[in-house]
Structure formats: C-alpha cells, structure tokens
Design a protein around this ligand. Structure first.
Ligand code: TMP
Length: 214
C-alpha cells in the first residue's frame, strides 16, 4: 500500500509521520517511511540544490526536472522495491507536489507536467493521500519559527522565501486536486491541535483499511 502526505510549508505533516507509522505497525503493516525530495543518497544531493536559497536563479524547467530526477531514483531504489516486497510505503510528498508547486504555483504548463509524470512516476499512484490544509500565513509563521530556532536549516529555505501569493496558489492547487480525486484524497484540517489531527487521521485510516478488507 502506498500512502502520501501533502500540504503547504509548516502544515505539520512531517510531525504526524511517526504517529501514522506506529498505527500502521499496530495493524500488522511493515512500513517504510520516506520523503521527496532527498530519500536516496543521490536524492539528498538533488535536495540540497533544490532547497538552497542561494539557487534563486534556478529555471522553472530545471527545477521541474530535478524533482523528476529525484523521484526516478527514489522509485527505483526505495518505493518500488518496498511495494513489491509487500510493504506499506508512507511518503512525505510525491508527484502531487510537482503538479501543485511547479504547475499551479510556478506556472509550468500542466500538459508538460503530465507528460513528465507519464514517465516518472508512470502508472504508480498513491492509494491514499492526506492533504494537510492550512492558511499559508499560519504555515509560514511556523516554518520561520522553526528556522529561527534552528529546527530547520537556512540552507533549506528556498521555498519559504517565495511570496505569500505563491503559497496561496500551492494551497488552492492542492484543494483543486483533492476535489478532482475525492476517492484518493482526505483533506485534514491542519489548524487543529496535533492530537486532534492524529485522531482524525487514524479514524480515516481505520475506515480505509476496513474498506480494503471488504
Ligand atoms: P520539505 O521536505 O520540507 O517538505 O521541502 C520540500 C520542498 O520542495 C517544499 O517546499 C515543496 C517542494 N517540492 C516541490 O516544489 N515539488 C515537488 O515535487 C516536491 C516533492 C517538493
């Protein structure tokens, strides 16, 4: 089973990862926790290029192709072998992030993104995607706080420096995807407390696992 988490910066999805892993393990799943970009050794190098604020001159196409390159390596080395071995893969961001960040927010032609997605990730789609929905002002305030307290490195702050408008387009892009694919997406209210969010996610996962077994 392939589960992804998506959302704007500071929406709290990374914090929920271990809680989701623990729950899935309690249900007998062997879980692989991973992320994009940067899950593989080569991906880590690509991540450092993509997120470094010094690389502000990166062209939109270069950015798009680097995310696709990271994904190709990730699929070959982690995601596909894990799924083939019957494991459950829980991934912090996947191809929806490209559709939304490079497409809806950056303005790259969605048809080009579709063509690239036909190659990477090809036919692979998550079975379930949690979208952590939050007002970008709140999300960005949280990430700037994390940057100020050293919980996130300045070397990884290129997207945090984008305009508020950019982040609004990301949020709206995600919500539009969730409306298009209601069967796959679960929209989580990320303004709630950490415990309320975990409770809601676990309730949704219980429902999803129950339906899978029918
Ligand atoms: P994160 O690991 O803290 O979520 O940072 C990853 C950043 O990369 C985040 O700002 C979203 C962005 N991103 C894209 O723009 N396109 C993509 O395809 C992916 C996976 C992430």
């Amino acid at each position: 089973m392939f589960i992804t988490l998506e959302g704007i910066e500071g929406s709290g999805k990374t914090t929920q990862m271990p809680i989701i892993v623990q729950f899935l393990k309690s249900k007998g799943h062997e879980v692989v926790m991973t992320r994009e970009p940067g899950a593989t050794e080569i991906g880590q190098k690509i991540r450092s290029i993509l997120l470094d604020p010094e690389n502000s001159t990166i062209s939109p196409l270069c950015e798009l192709l680097l995310y696709a390159a990271d994904r190709a390596q990730h699929l070959d080395h982690i995601v596909l072998p894990s799924l083939e071995a019957g494991k459950t893969v829980l991934c912090d961001r996947f191809a929806d992030a490209t559709t939304v960040y490079q497409g809806a927010a950056r303005g790259i032609d969605p048809l080009l993104i579709k063509d690239i997605h036909a190659v990477v990730p090809g036919n692979l789609k998550p079975h379930l995607t949690f979208l952590f929905d939050l007002d970008p002002k709140t999300g960005l305030a949280r990430t700037f706080d994390a940057l100020a307290h050293g919980e996130r490195g300045h070397k990884e702050s290129r997207f945090e420096r984008e305009s508020l408008d950019f982040h609004h387009r990301v949020r709206q892009g995600y919500l539009a995807l969730a409306r298009q694919e209601r069967d796959r997406f679960v929209v989580v209210d990320a303004s709630l407390s950490r415990d309320e969010i975990s409770g809601n996610i676990i309730a949704e996962l219980e429902k999803f696992l129950f339906i899978q077994h029918l």
